[in-house]
Design a protein around this ligand. Structure first.
Ligand SMILES: *Cc1c(COP(=O)(O)O)cnc(C)c1O
Length: 221
């Protein structure tokens, strides 16, 4: 618990410092602690340390942890790739879904209300998840037509082999395209353990930070 508290403090300090360097208010930046592969007990400790937002990327695991933590007030973010057939089930526990990346998924989510990010793929590999930048306007139009879905903004993962700040600048540019279709979709979910400072400099509003806070993830069983 002390080590966890120390790492959380260190990351909070890093966020405050990066916000200062960017001339931004750290209070306007939401830190989502990514707890995938970790037990519900760790999520509970994080909540006791003041964490309000947690991120999960694996549906089955998230269902179980969310149920175990029904007594804890947390905002749950689903950040993993999402199959259309799981969409309704994820909506049951996820307050925010960060991985909407294709019109088919928009259709699958339409029956219930959700706050969503549109995930942008910054690589040339379609298997990485996310919409290709060229297809973003069409996806934005599709989701804008669905009254139950509130688009918060764009989500992205900086690719290996590209300077993160450059990658995040591409997200910031794509955000203008998105806002051309949905003016209120101003948020940016970007920045992880290794690159959150760069993300803050490029305007991140939602950081998704795992290992820098939780320590190494246990290996999947
Ligand atoms: C695991 C994960 C993170 C957190 O990664 P860390 O490097 O542990 O901070 C952030 N975003 C997504 C989409 C993830 O899957």
């Amino acid at each position: 618990m002390t080590e966890l508290a120390d790492r959380l403090d260190a990351v909070r300090g890093g966020i405050a410092e990066a916000a200062r360097a960017a001339g931004r208010d750290a209070a306007a930046i939401t830190t989502i602690v990514v707890t995938k592969f970790h037990p519900a007990s760790l999520v509970r400790e994080l909540a006791e340390l003041g964490v309000t937002d947690v991120g999960e990327s694996r549906h089955q695991e998230a269902v179980v942890k969310h149920a175990e933590l029904a007594d804890v007030a947390l905002t749950w973010h689903f950040i993993g790739q999402l199959q259309s057939k799981k969409a309704r089930a994820v909506q049951q526990y996820a307050d925010v879904i960060h991985s909407v990346d294709r019109p088919g998924l928009v259709g699958a989510l339409a029956a219930a209300p959700s706050a969503v990010f549109l995930q942008l793929n910054l690589t040339d590999d379609p298997g990485r998840g996310g919409v290709a930048p060229a297809d973003l306007p069409a996806l934005a139009e599709a989701v804008a037509a669905v009254p139950t879905l509130t688009v918060l903004g764009l989500m992205a993962v900086a690719p290996l082999g590209e300077e993160p700040r450059r990658a995040f600048a591409r997200v910031r540019a794509a955000s203008e395209v998105l806002r051309g279709v949905i003016p209120t979709a101003t948020h940016l979910s970007m920045g992880m353990s290794g690159d959150f400072a760069e993300a803050i400099l490029e305007g991140a509003t939602h950081l998704r930070i795992g290992t820098a806070i939780t320590g190494n993830r246990p290996s999947p069983v």
